[in-house]
Design a protein around this ligand. Sequence first.
Ligand code: MG
Length: 159
Amino acid sequence: MDFKIGNGYDVHALAPGLPMWLCGVQIPSDKGFVAHSDGDVAIHALCDAILGALALGDIGHLFPDTDPAWKGIDSKILLRKVVSLMTERGYRIGNADITIALQAPKLAPHILRMRETLAPILGVGTDCVSVKATTTEHLGFVGRGEGCSVQASVLLAAR
Ligand code: MG
């Protein structure tokens, strides 16, 4: 099989006074993510998509939140570890597509920097990394500003 497809999903709660990291970029916001790591829910979903494609479990299994080694860790480090697992198994990223559901703040001004941050870690050009953002029209936990959910899809190709 020359290709593998994976999807990932993650949710983090929002709380006042915490940093908001999404796709490796810090977003100016009065709320941020409650988490053991830096809370980058978008990178977590992306990691799970890659791990899913390889049937390697999930990041909770790989980097347990009971392990102090991962406390407050920059999620880009976790992504690099996941990418090296992929490389060891003979695969490379074909493309990645990420959808972030967040009511506020607006993410449009940050999307390009997110793509430019992820692309070199994934070993692809920015044209192979899509980041999209949506609100949920004030519906549900995302719409009430209680949390953020992210879906990620990846295509892996044999190297
Ligand atoms: Mg997470």
